[in-house]
Write a protein that binds this ligand. Structure first.
Ligand code: RET
Length: 241
C-alpha cells in the first residue's frame, strides 16, 4: 500500500478543476488512439500508400509522447511547456510537409520541393520560438517573420509548384491535396492566434485573452489527426482505382 502510494504520489496529479491540464490529457489520449488506428491499418494498404499512412501514424505518435510529458510539466509547474511544444512541432511539421511530397510524387514531385517546404517550416518554427521564448520584447517582429514563412508554405501549396503537380495528378490526389491545403490555411492559422494571445505586441488590444495552451492543444488535435485522416481516406480510395 505504501509503495503504491509512493508511486501515485510521484506522478503529478491532475486536479479536476484544471481544464488546461485536462486538454493536455485528452490530447495525449486522442493522439495515442489515432496512432494505434493508423499503425494497425497499415497492412491493408499496398506499398505505394503504406509510407504515407505510416507517416500519419508517426506524426500522431510523436505528438502523443510529447503530450505525455507536456501534461506532466503543466501539472508539476503550472507553466506552459513551450520547449517540449516546439520540439514536437519541429519534428511533426516537417513530416506534414513530407506528406504533401509523398502524395505528389506520382505526379513527379522533386526532392527540391520537399526541401523547400521543410526549410520554410523550420524558419517559421525557429523564429516563432525566438519570439515566444528568447526575444520576448520583440515578439511581434519575430511573429511577423514567422508569418512570412507560413505564407510561403501557403503559397507553395495553393498556387506554387505543389498546386501545379496536384492539378496534373488529378482525381483523388487532387481532392486530397485541396483538403490538406485548407487545413494549412485555416487549421494552421489557429497557431498565430495563440501566439498573439501569449505574447506582447500591437495586437493585444483586439486579440481576446485566454490560455495559449488550450488554443495550441485544440489546433494540434484538429491538424494532426485531421491531416492523417485525409491521407488515410486517400489511400483507401486511391487503392480501389
Ligand atoms: C502539429 C503541429 C503543427 C501543425 C504546428 C503548426 C504551427 C504553426 C503553423 C505555427 C505558426 C506560427 C506563426 C505563423 C507565427 C507565430 C509563431 C508560430 C510559430 C506560432
Amino acid at each position: 500500500m505504501r509503495n503504491f502510494m509512493f508511486i501515485a504520489g510521484s506522478i503529478s496529479k491532475l486536479s479536476p478543476t484544471d481544464y488546461v491540464g485536462f486538454t493536455f490529457f485528452v490530447g495525449c489520449m486522442a493522439m495515442m488512439a489515432a496512432s494505434a488506428f493508423f499503425f494497425l491499418s497499415l497492412s491493408q494498404f499496398d506499398k505505394k500508400w503504406r509510407t504515407s499512412v505510416l507517416v500519419s501514424g508517426l506524426i500522431t505518435f510523436i505528438a502523443a509522447v510529447h503530450y505525455f510529458y507536456m501534461r506532466d510539466y503543466w501539472t508539476s509547474f503550472g507553466e506552459s511547456p513551450t520547449f517540449f511544444r516546439y520540439v514536437d512541432w519541429v519534428l511533426t511539421v516537417p513530416l506534414m510537409c513530407l506528406e504533401f511530397y509523398l502524395i505528389l510524387k506520382v505526379a513527379g514531385a522533386k526532392k527540391s520541393l520537399l526541401w523547400k517546404m521543410i526549410i520554410y517550416s523550420l524558419v517559421m518554427l525557429i523564429t516563432g520560438y525566438f519570439g515566444e521564448v528568447i526575444f520576448k520584447d520583440s515578439a511581434a517582429l519575430w511573429g511577423f517573420i514567422s508569418g512570412v514563412a507560413y505564407f510561403a508554405i501557403v503559397y507553395e501549396i495553393w498556387l506554387g509548384q505543389a498546386s501545379k503537380l496536384a492539378t496534373a495528378a488529378g482525381g483523388e490526389i487532387y481532392k486530397a491535396h485541396k483538403i490538406l491545403c485548407w487545413f494549412v490555411l485555416v487549421g494552421w492559422a489557429i497557431y498565430p492566434l495563440g501566439y498573439m494571445m501569449g505574447t506582447n505586441g500591437w495586437y493585444n488590444g483586439f486579440i481576446p485573452t485566454g490560455n495559449i495552451d488550450v488554443v495550441y492543444n485544440i489546433a494540434d488535435a484538429i491538424n494532426k489527426i485531421g491531416f492523417g485522416l485525409v491521407i488515410y481516406s486517400l489511400a483507401i480510395s486511391a487503392q480501389k482505382d
